[in-house]
Design a protein around this ligand. Structure first.
Ligand SMILES: NC(=O)c1ccc[n+]([C@@H]2O[C@H](COP(=O)([O-])OP(=O)(O)OC[C@H]3O[C@@H](n4cnc5c(N)ncnc54)[C@H](OP(=O)(O)O)[C@@H]3O)[C@@H](O)[C@H]2O)c1
Length: 322
């Protein structure tokens, strides 16, 4: 089958480690099923994998991809939940299973014509969502859903700041937060992306690092070192900083005095549970909110989609049709 793999690692030039070509059909362990994929989407996670983050060389070639939607062996239209974990081992939450992994970390991923997943990881796709929209949900949108509503505990009327407006998770945060009745502020380095964030539903858009007119109830952070101190400065006393990524660097100053003196909460968040994915899909179905798609191209042209993400040119999700 056709698949996109990390054939090697290249920390400086991830695209040099990418290959698009024939790979063996998936192996199917007991209790797993094969999904015929219809669409998939690229995440920054795939770039990290090409750079050697989270994979060992003996696992190569590894089929990339965490996002996918397709048809199960019984002919049902499904969204694929990307977290491979045991809820019982995580106190009812598979993301807290110490042995949990994402598709493409231990098991082959979704940038392929077919993927094998545990039967539990199939979630029904409503007819109201296209294949391309459904394929955007399992990673960036699920992460955004959990950041806002589970970990962030945000309620209608709260003000939230989203850093790095153009990213896949960031656009998901803006779309979901707006649909849920939050006041949504964003930052971006790029004028065009700020304008597009306003079109997407943000109430205000600021330059990265710009002083805000008021403090916010919560900040959603995936940019990391480049925006961390601005995130701290922007938060009201007692506010919440939810962090799910660190694209620009992992190790900013913690500024502990800001954390304790102003009694802020710094909360980590990763992916989401199957139940949260079901609620996210229901939320999209009920409100009409849809994933923002940057571009669509065939799986065979995956390299061009990866290049767009590596250059930070995307606004929304880079989708691949299968
Ligand atoms: N924990 C989880 O479960 C989880 C799930 C999904 C993603 N993530 C992580 O979250 C991060 C974002 O993922 P993604 O797929 O949304 O990536 P992405 O689409 O590549 O977005 C990255 C965004 O970060 C901003 N950015 C990058 N470098 C910056 C810098 N130096 N200064 C200011 N802004 C910068 C850019 O926004 P502007 O160009 O608008 O400024 C860019 O659009 C990644 O690190 C990813 O690994 C974690």
């Amino acid at each position: 089958m056709l698949a996109v793999t990390a054939a090697r690692f290249d920390a400086n030039d991830p695209l040099a480690a990418l290959e698009v070509g024939e790979q063996p059909e998936p192996e199917v362990p007991e209790g797993w099923v094969v999904v015929e994929l219809k669409a998939t989407a690229v995440n920054h996670h795939d770039l990290w994998s090409l750079q050697g983050v989270g994979l060992r060389s003996e696992q190569l070639p590894m089929i990339l991809g965490c996002d996918g939607a397709g048809v199960d062996p019984d002919g049902n239209e499904v969204v694929v939940h990307a977290v491979i974990g045991d809820p019982d081992a995580g106190g009812g939450d598979e993301t807290l299973d110490p042995r949990r992994s994402l598709l493409s970390e231990r098991h082959p991923g979704t940038l392929a014509e077919r993927v094998a997943v545990p039967r539990r990881n199939l979630v029904p796709k409503p007819p109201s969502l296209s294949w391309q929209e459904a394929a955007c949900l399992p990673t960036a949108y699920l992460t955004a859903y959990r950041m806002l509503f589970t970990r962030g505990g945000l309620r209608p009327g709260d003000t939230v700041l989203v850093q790095g407006a153009g990213g896949g998770v960031a656009t998901a945060l803006v779309a979901l937060a707006r649909a849920a009745g939050l006041r949504v502020w964003v930052t971006s380095r790029d004028t065009g992306k700020r304008e597009r964030a306003l079109e997407l539903g943000a109430h205000r858009a600021f330059e990265s690092g710009e002083r805000l007119p008021a403090k916010v109830d919560a900040v959603m952070e995936t940019v990391g070192a480049a925006t961390w101190s601005h995130s701290q400065r922007s938060l009201r006393p007692g506010g919440t900083l939810v962090v799910a990524g660190a694209t620009s660097g992992n190790d900013p100053s913690a500024d502990l005095a800001q954390v304790f003196f102003l009694q802020r909460s710094v909360i980590g968040s990763t992916m989401g549970t199957r139940g949260e994915l079901e609620r996210l899909i229901s939320f999209c179905d009920a409100t009409g909110v849809r994933p923002l798609i940057d571009s669509v191209r065939p799986l065979a042209d995956a390299r061009a989609g990866f290049a767009r993400m590596a250059e930070g040119e995307q606004f929304g999700k880079v989708v691949l049709d299968i």
